[in-house]
Design a protein around this ligand. Structure first.
Ligand SMILES: C[S@@+](CC[C@H](N)C(=O)[O-])C[C@H]1O[C@@H](n2cnc3c(N)ncnc32)[C@H](O)[C@@H]1O
Length: 275
């Protein structure tokens, strides 16, 4: 069978079950290790029967069991960097990629950075590769750190990976502390596909704010005088974090930033200037 016919078969299957059409293409491109944009150049390629069957079996796992395509393929791309993912880590999200893009374009070079909860390492690896930052990246979960280590090797970057519960094993001060912590509340409605991701990467107590408040309040002790903290959070957490900082740390200011959907998604915290 040629590639174009196999892709058509994939499209028919996903359409029949009202699943995302792009998933059929994403999976095929992933299996062939080519970009989605290059698929049409290979339309006439002959695909061996066992490979075609394997494709259709994996597509079934997506259709019937909602296994995310990125886990089926074993990797994703984050800000242009290939990042291996499996069920030990959260699949990096476009919102996070948007934040990293803003930092890469707008922040100065030569910062010393700490990432709390690195998971696959997507944030730290992009910043290390594109800004040449000196980066320490932590995770509480040894399994996640193993994936991050693999990704550092794939991307040939040198990041100091540290197993740590919040700041437990951190002893230095930083220009920037960045974190996309777990922020889903146990009361939130969640998509079925999210259930394949590690619980420890998703859920946080106090309506999703427990990790955020710890990272912010303890983080103040690990900032250089002009240092700042940036956290990604749920779209309803912004106002709460603003009041949390204002009440507990009046010497700091918050700046609320939106994601591509126009939702409140990131908070930047830095010390007020005294003039
Ligand atoms: C939402 S995931 C973010 C992963 C990755 N940084 C990204 O943006 O795709 C949160 C990560 O925080 C880690 N984590 C959870 N609790 C933590 C804690 N107390 N200290 C450090 N890391 C923690 C999880 O293991 C998970 O890898």
């Amino acid at each position: 069978m040629i590639l174009r016919d196999l892709l058509e078969l994939g499209y028919e299957k996903v359409a029949e079950f009202q699943k995302e059409k792009t998933a059929a293409k994403l999976l095929l491109a992933g299996m062939l290790d080519i970009s989605q944009g290059d698929i049409f150049k290979r339309y006439q390629d002959e695909i061996a029967n066992d490979k075609a069957n394997n494709y259709l079996e994996l597509l079934d796992l997506y259709i019937y069991d909602s296994v995310p395509i990125q886990y089926l393929v074993g990797y994703t791309y984050f800000h242009g960097h290939k990042i291996a993912v499996d069920e030990r880590v959260l699949i990096p999200r476009p919102e996070t990629e948007y934040l990293v893009d803003k930092i890469i374009k707008k922040f100065p070079n030569n910062l010393k950075v700490l990432e709390i909860g690195t998971g696959s390492g997507a944030i730290a690896i992009s910043l290390a590769k594109e800004k040449n930052y000196e980066i320490d990246a932590t995770d509480i979960d040894k399994n996640a750190l193993d994936v991050a280590k693999t990704n550092c090797r794939i991307n040939q970057v040198d990041i100091n990976l540290i197993q740590s519960d919040f700041y437990e094993n951190i002893f230095e001060k930083y220009d920037l502390i960045i974190s996309n912590p777990p922020y889903v509340s146990e009361y939130d409605e969640i998509d079925e596909s999210v259930l394949f991701e590690p619980e420890i990467a998703l859920f946080s107590d106090n309506f999703g704010t427990a990790h955020l408040t710890t990272i912010i309040s303890e983080g103040m002790n690990y900032l250089k005088p002009d240092g700042m903290i940036i956290v990604e959070h749920g779209h309803l957490h912004g106002l709460f974090l603003h009041h949390f900082v204002n009440i507990n740390f009046p010497e700091y200011r918050t700046f609320l930033l939106k994601d591509l959907q126009g939702k409140d998604r990131f908070t930047l915290i830095k010390r007020r200037k005294l003039v």
